[in-house]
Each structure stands twice: as C-alpha cells, then as structure tokens.
Design a protein around this ligand. Structure first.
Ligand code: ZN
Length: 224
C-alpha cells in the first residue's frame, strides 16, 4: 500500500459496539498508517501494572467497588497524547465513550479535524460472535464455536488446555454491555456526524476487507 498524503495530524477515532473487533482493526491500522494505536483499556492496565500516580488513584476507586471517574481516564489519556509519537496522529480505541468525553477531547486537541470510523455490525451477528468465543485456560488462545472451532471440542489446539467461556462473553452480560453502548456511546454517532470526517464501515466482513474499506475512506480525506 502506497503512502498516504493526508494532512497531519491524522486523528482517528474508532467507534463501534463491544465485540465488533475495534482492537484488531486498530492494531492493523497502526501498522498501515504508522501512527500509534491508543487503547484506553491498555493504558489503564499499564498504569495499574506500573503503579503510576493514575494507576494508584484508579485502584482506590476499584477497591471500593466504584467506577473510575471520567476525569481520571481523561488525565491518563492527556498525558499519553503529549508524547512525541502522537505528533503526526494517533488511533483512539475505547475513547470517547460518551458526549462529555467527546467534548473534553475536542478541547484538548484544540478542535483539530478528527476522522471517525464507525464500525457497524448487526446486533444478532455481534451476539453470535461474542457468545461463541472460547478461551484457553492455559495459554489464553481464543477459538470460536462456529467460526474457528478447535479440532477437539473443549480442548485447545495449541497446548491441549481446557477451553472456557469468559463471564464477559455470556449472553446476559453481552446484552447488558450492548445496552450500555446503546445508551451512552451511540449518541456519539450523531455528535461526530456533525463534528468530524465521519465514515461508517461494515464490520461484518473479514479483517482484510474491513481494513481495505477503512483505508479507502481515509484516502478520501485529502480530496475534501
Ligand atoms: Zn492453549
């Protein structure tokens, strides 16, 4: 793939429901566009692991069974975005999750132009994808009941470990997560239709096709 002559910085936000594959796509895009992929989930785990100021603060909330407040996530992200590798752009995954976070983000990037890629997948397909996921207890490899079944039922192909379904992937939990997404994150679509280069991409295809679609949208930016 040739280099893109987009105007920098290229600030990309990946939107889409849980289970749509944002993480996988973001990692692939990072390589293609040569800008860092910043996942608030990863950032969070990193800060907890390294016992940073933010990590310790977040831990306090979590130990009390409280939600980590928006401001803390925002501060953590702000610090990350100030690093030099973000100068030519970055790909955000997991942020913003709601309108106030989107407003905060617009402020810290000083209203620079944002490109939003909205990955769309029908709800029934999402549920099938998530609830069919199987994870190895020993090596964490993932399989899928329908799309990527292990050779022997319930057993990991790689290490013969036992496969199980994560709690997060059970139907009741998935429905709850999707509902939360509908309520809080979906309004972002309307917000960004007005405030960004907004593109919807069909997320029900395989990774290569989705990537190709996204890159063709990004190429259009320079012609606007
Ligand atoms: Zn295994």
């Amino acid at each position: 793939m040739a280099n893109f002559s987009y105007s920098k910085p290229l600030i990309i936000i990946l939107l889409g429901p849980p289970g749509v594959g944002k993480g996988t796509i973001a990692v692939a895009l990072e390589k293609k566009l040569n800008i860092p992929h910043i996942s608030t989930g990863d950032l969070f785990r990193e800060n907890l692991k390294n016992k940073t100021f933010f990590g310790e603060k977040a831990k306090n909330y979590m130990e009390k069974g409280l939600l980590v407040p928006d401001e803390l996530v925002e501060e953590m992200l702000y610090k990350r975005l100030k690093k030099e590798d973000c100068n030519k752009g970055f790909i955000l995954d997991g942020f913003p999750r709601n309108i106030p976070q989107a407003q905060y983000f617009a402020k810290i990037i000083k209203n620079k132009k944002i490109t939003v890629i909205n990955l769309e997948v029908k709800k029934n397909i999402l549920i099938e994808r998530i609830t069919g996921r199987l994870v190895c207890k020993k090596c964490q490899a993932t399989f899928h009941k329908t799309f990527y079944p292990p050779k022997k039922e319930g057993i990991c192909d790689l290490c013969q470990g036992e496969l199980y379904q994560r709690n997060d992937d059970k139907v009741e939990v998935v429905n709850k997560r999707l509902l939360e997404y509908e309520n809080k994150t979906k309004p972002l679509i309307e917000f960004y239709k007005k405030n960004s280069n907004f593109y919807s991409v069909d997320g029900s295809f395989d990774k290569e096709k989705i990537l190709k679609d996204i890159l063709s949208k990004i190429k259009q930016i320079e012609f606007k």
